[in-house]
Design a protein around this ligand. Sequence first.
Ligand code: ADP
Length: 616
Amino acid sequence: MKILIFNAGSSSLKFGVFDMAISDSRVFKGEFEHFKNGKCLLHYRVGGEEGEEKERGESLASVEDAIRRVPEILKEFGYDVFDAIGHRVAHGGEKFRDATLLDHNVLQYIESCTSLAPLHNPANLKAIMISSTFWPDIPQVAVFDTAFHHTIPDFAYTYAVPKEWRDKGLRRYGFHGTSHKYVGLRVAQVLNRSITELQIISCHLGNGASICAINHGFSIDTSMGMTPLEGLVMGTRSGDVDPGMFSYLARELGLSTEVVEKQLYSNSGLKALAGSHDFREIESKAAKGDLDAQLAINVCVYRLRKYIGAYTAAMGGVDALVFTGGIGENSAFMRRRICSKFDFLGLYLDEDKNQAVKLKSFDAPQIQSFDSRVKVIVTQTCEQLMIAQEVQYLLKQQKSQLKTKKWHIPVAVSARHVHLSQEAVEALFGKGHQLKKMRSLSQTEGWAAEETVEVIGPKGSFKTVRVLGPTRKQTQIEVSKTDTFTLGVEAPVRPSGKLENTPIIKLRGTVGAIESDGLIIAARHIHMSPEDAAKMGLKDGDYVDVKLGDGERGVSFSNTLIRAKQGYVTEMHIDTDEANAAGIAFRTEGELVMNERQGNADIVTKKNMRLHSLRT
Ligand code: ADP
């Protein structure tokens, strides 16, 4: 499959051709930039990562002119037949959580998001319009910068502002999602671990800059907000400011919100502090003693360090800190400044390794010192490759959708319950006590015991919570989110057995009380045998969507984990909150929607290693 990618910005146009059949898949890379007085520069490379980077002048006045020139350029180098076109689109609002085939309605929705990304969405739309005129019969796909961040929890995306405003879509959306997703997957690959085991902070530092907390594979917070203006100090954008500034500037300087907004987007950030948005220039000015340039660097570094600290706290730890984007990839000086004084996290940089970084293609060197607990990694962002893979994935899914059967699976509701270790059983019910089986559960290896325990939180308790047998290694409490409010604890949504950093509370039995090893809100999941999984084209660790009911109260549960193991019977488990939302009393049947979100947007490197199992 040959895919043409457009990444149109406000002042540059990047484009590329990917041949997905070969491992060194980017066969053409182009970028128009530096538009001035009717002229611009074209950087290009033909023939994969080892191809020679070239540059030439072009008589083009704007990004729009450049988009129109692309077909001729591609023809010149022998690329004019494509199977699909992928477009990076900055803002997909609330609606788009995955790559989406473009049609009239999708275009209208992207247009309606323009006010949320005024520098970016108009450029993206131009590329879509122009390329669909040139190639009207080729499928065009939008890949959204906001999509990866749809897993950010409500308490992190909600702004504390009036409800009428929030109802109008005022919330954190986040951007650079494709970049952060690639970085997360690449780090897992480099560390030879599953991304679901890792806590990663990804720093994308280019003209636009953002930082993202990727907790066990999911974005849980990011510095850009409703618009790409919030967060870090950028080339021309301010990042975080006090919103009180707007009325102050209106009163004191008579500035309209339009003027203030324009200044915050185009004349703030490094440009306002140091007179240039080019970080190379600022570094060199600072080295010559320019105090403004020095201050600009200090402000930038300080804000970044604050976010790194905050995201470490938000995730309850960090395994890897990653740098990408023009500054992140190239400035050893900035990486050193940002990483200093993080000894308390167990993060130590090896300055020789840091200075030695010279990235080529898919390199992702580690630059921490030998005794550093936190890994520090530098990598290119490869957003275009990620977009090409998302496009390929979507089109393949669409093809197979025509043939795919609908899989109906039973859904059961799990009430709050407790798993105990044998040691805990004896402490709660007496020495030598063995759990007594009361009734079997649908999963043949599990059963409900006669025993119940009292679960005691700092605020409230549940008197008779069923114990499930057989005993396990750890004592684990599973409750609904509503239950956590009754108990007065804050618990994460986790797969069973992942108890690190979860609340430890008291359990009381007939003879004694103990502290549990942890308490979780169980991540919804589907048990199935590996054979059933294979029949459905799934495997352990995949995520799917499940549709329940198709009446007006029908719901769709996203991010449902597949737990495939010999002996499991196919059945989805949801908790009582989820059952209430879906209006289910005890059991029902759900429809597996595999074609939309099965995930596995593999990244394929030059060495053709495949890494996956993270859905968008
Ligand atoms: P964009 O967000 O436009 O894609 P890039 O990721 O290309 O931006 O990053 C551009 C920024 O990277 C510019 O500020 C540029 O000066 C900076 N940069 C590039 N190379 C270096 C370098 N060797 N040292 C410091 N900064 C660099």
